[in-house]
Design a protein around this ligand. Structure first.
Ligand SMILES: [Zn+2]
Length: 307
């Protein structure tokens, strides 16, 4: 049973939008591609874990804090008798280990993932102790990209390689003590999810301003700007994707709000932001139908749910 799914990080969503609307530096583009790829890798492993652990509780993507230290758990599996924090890496290419240090094939040192893993485990254990739970923990570092290889001179059983994954999951499932999960397991899972922190992505983004961004509605498939109408629908002339005007406007309003959380949503602003919709009336109708209007006259603006 999945208690918490993984959502795309806001940082990725915003960078995708900025990438379409302004010219990002090479460094920012690289960062965007790395984050995007990492997320795709995590999604793949999420899908595939589902099949193995129907009777277990699964929590994806937890950012927790203990003693002012934050730590991220990619996936947490809760079985009847044990808790398994999994750190999932979608590394590609060759890596090697020398002593305690990890390197890419071009000799660039990376953070030792095993150190990170033991740090998470210590913190999670303290947090669980604090909450009054005494389940044993067993952490694993999982590499799930088939294009990954690690040159390692010693055997480390907490590392699972792509070719071992199926066997590893089967073993985990077979070794689990029989017996159903009870209310206490569910309570623990819900408690952890309630402690999940959501960090605002803005400090880690490149600077941007409303005036510098290209206006228009982005195609939801290929992120180029819609330029054509056909039979009352917007049509992307890059990939052929079609979308109803209303859903395209609502998507663009959500994007505007994510990029500029302090921006007041008015007909005038949305009309300018969407650009391709010529009629202000259409925008007003869509906003009025979907959001609540607050205030009067010039200060009137639409209030988005959960905004
Ligand atoms: Zn497109």
């Amino acid at each position: 049973m999945i208690i918490k799914t993984r959502k795309e990080r806001l940082e990725i969503t915003i960078l995708r939008s900025l990438n379409a609307r302004m010219s990002l530096s090479d460094k920012d583009v690289t960062n965007f591609l790395i984050l995007k790829k990492g997320f795709e890798g995590e999604q793949k492993s999420d899908k595939w874990l589902e099949g193995f652990f129907e009777d277990w509780l699964i929590i994806h993507d937890l950012l927790l804090e203990y003693n002012n230290n934050k730590f991220q758990i990619d996936t947490l599996l809760i079985s009847q008798s044990k808790i398994y924090p999994l750190d999932i890496k979608y590394f590609e290419g060759d890596y090697y280990v020398e002593g305690d240090k990890w390197y890419t094939c071009i000799k660039k040192e990376i953070k030792n993932p095993l150190h990170q893993l033991s740090r998470f485990e210590i913190m999670l254990r303290s947090l669980l102790d604090n909450l009054g739970y005494r389940y044993p923990l067993e952490s694993y570092l999982i590499f799930n990209n088939p294009e990954f290889h690690l040159y390692l001179t010693t055997v480390n059983t907490s590392i699972i390689f792509p070719t071992q994954l199926n066997r590893f999951l089967k073993k985990l499932n077979a070794n689990a003590k029989p017996g159903k999960l009870n209310k206490s397991h569910l309570k623990l899972a819900e408690q952890l999810v309630s402690l999940h922190l959501v960090e605002p992505p803005y400090p880690r983004l490149p600077p941007y301003g409303y005036g510098h961004l290209v206006k228009g509605i982005l195609c939801p498939q290929c992120y180029s700007i819609f330029t054509d109408f056909l039979g009352g629908q917007l049509v992307c002339n890059n990939c052929g994707c079609k979308e109803e005007v209303e859903s395209a406007v609502l998507r663009s309003v959500a994007e505007l709000q994510l990029l500029f959380p302090d921006q007041k949503i008015t007909t005038k602003v949305v009309h300018e932001w969407c650009r391709i919709i010529k009629s202000e009336k259409t925008i007003r109708r869509i906003l009025g139908k979907n959001y609540k209007l607050s205030g009067h006259g010039k200060s009137a603006n639409y209030v988005l749910p959960n905004a």
